[in-house]
Design a protein around this ligand. Sequence first.
Ligand code: G3H
Ligand code: 13P
Ligand code: ZN
Length: 340
Amino acid sequence: MPLVPMRTLLDHAAENGYGLAAFNVNNMEQIQAIMLAAKETDSPVIIQASRGARKYTNDAYLRHLMLAAAELYPAIPIAMHLDHGNSFDTCMSAIEQNFTSVMIDGSLQEDGKSPADLAYNVAVTKKVVDAAHARGITVEGELGCLGGIEDGHGAGLTGDEAMKHLTDPNQAGEFVAATGVDALAVAIGTSHGAYKFSKPPTGAVLRMDVILEIHKRLPNCHMVMHGSSAVPQDLKAKINQFGGKLKPSWGVPVEEVQLGIRNGVRKINVDTDNRLAITAAIREVFAVTPEKFDPRDYLGPAREGMKAICVDRMVAFGQAGHAGQIKPVTCKQMIAFYAK
Ligand code: G3H
Ligand code: 13P
Ligand code: ZN
């Protein structure tokens, strides 16, 4: 089936009480890993690419790889999403490249670093929503700023500074109504990358209460959790066993994501866990069989390692078993939906 608008998947997830992992990709093996996991678990799929991923991969390669996935797996609905779009132009360029969903991250200014004020966020998000919905494309907005920094994107906020930029539940209703976003990314103390928390997180730093409060006020709002990798200790240990130098850190426990899913979270962004799985597999091959030099000998195990993470998250978030139930809707059909 053609790539589907993400809104279709979010609505189905809300109606059936599950969450969808949104996995970041930068190359063919990552797309293959996700699709293998989706096939094995009968899961609908959200694949997302950041600006950095688009630059690294090149839009043309990415577009054709995604079309290949849709062709090879006609029974699995796949949404192609832009992660952390920094401007109207970036979002429009993604739509031209076949993305069926875009994130406009108006919580930061166009530089992708400086926190923006609410008026700027509402204005840029609404501009993207108007243009995207006219084409049947889904839009995710963000209120509040995530901590950390990834590939040049992010305000780099840590500690108390990060806590000052959490999503304010009092602003959520106004933001969603004023912009018309399909999904709302919330800042609840998580950050991108492997160094989220210095010890297993408590409710003081991982503010799930913000999600519960927004869900109470906006029960129909599809929320998005960013920076939601679990940072598995066994993968970090394996990386370090085979020559890596990762420092101690903790991620977002899967049970906390599941609590979010019971309270309106429909999309969960996962990148770091897959990066760790890939690195662990490659380091092991290099350390145990240093005579190997065929990329298939280490990219194959890397793909398997990522697939295992994807299967695990698809089952844990509840999307497994739902692919076959989703009636494919095209972006063209969504134009009429938004016009109402
Ligand atoms: O936005 C966060 C994702 O992990 C993507 O990271 O910008 O390094 O591709 P990236
Ligand atoms: P992680 O770094 O926790 O995987 O988060 C990814 C993310 O939020 C992408 O937008
Ligand atoms: Zn993110």
